[in-house]
Design a protein around this ligand. Sequence first.
Ligand SMILES: C[S@@+](CC[C@H](N)C(=O)[O-])C[C@H]1O[C@@H](n2cnc3c(N)ncnc32)[C@H](O)[C@@H]1O
Length: 281
Amino acid sequence: MQSLSSKANSSNDKLNPAFSTKDGRVRIYQEDVIAFLKSLPDESVDLITTDPAYSGMNQMLQLGRGKIIGVYKEKGQNDSKWFDEFHDTPENYHVFLSECKRVLKNDRHIYIMFDSFSLLSLAPIVREVFDIKNLLCWDKVNIGMGHYFRRRHEFILFASKGKRKINSRSIPDIWQIKRVTRAPYPTQKPTEVFQVMLRASAEPGYVVCDPFVGSGSSAIATLQEGCKFIGCDISDKSIEVCSSRISEFIEMGKDPLQTKSLIVDEHIINKVLLNGKSIKD
Ligand SMILES: C[S@@+](CC[C@H](N)C(=O)[O-])C[C@H]1O[C@@H](n2cnc3c(N)ncnc32)[C@H](O)[C@@H]1O
């Protein structure tokens, strides 16, 4: 049902997906985020949910050690990094956001994930481009690494292009969802983080875009919510991992990289995921 092309696009080629499903529900490109977004037509996506790779500004500001989650190296290899980091200079970040705005339809939403350091340096640029509506907090429940206070959360900026309400008034701005542990892709996020975004902002058949796909958690959540997915990632490993994950999910109906729910927030489970407005209805 699915096809995986092994070759990345060269910059002069018209973009071809590295992975796609025959029914067109999922298209993933192996590409740099800016080149990918520039290849999309104006106002062609309904929702952006994304978790960028940050680092540059953090190093410049010398807040922490720059690498927030650790050094992404494949086990046993000293020089082979899992992925390059997006060069998140203010200029590049502005171009990234402007492209997001161009491809997003009017009266639609965008969710951008941030660690504390990138939030300090880059979030003000989001305000120049989009209308920021909320600063959401993903509470990972258990503490992680940290040189001083140990990290337990990440932020999610929720913003709009134009005017649009969310689908439910029952969603708090803090979401308690545990981390994925022993993930084959080092920055794999729980699918529920994206699922809550979709419950709030998607309708059936929406085209959801994530230009930093990683392991494909946003794509799995998108399929679970009855929407279509388009995305990209620059890394070979990401394309390999997300392609086989999505194929298996479609064929077997199960997510091979997250076999159990990680959400512990009873309010969200009861009021949003079970009794809230279901976009599948
Ligand atoms: C934080 S991870 C995303 C993790 C994803 N949300 C998940 O759940 O697996 C960021 C991703 O951005 C990708 N990336 C880094 N630089 C990029 C670039 N210039 N263009 C596109 N993707 C890039 C990395 O390969 C990495 O997979």
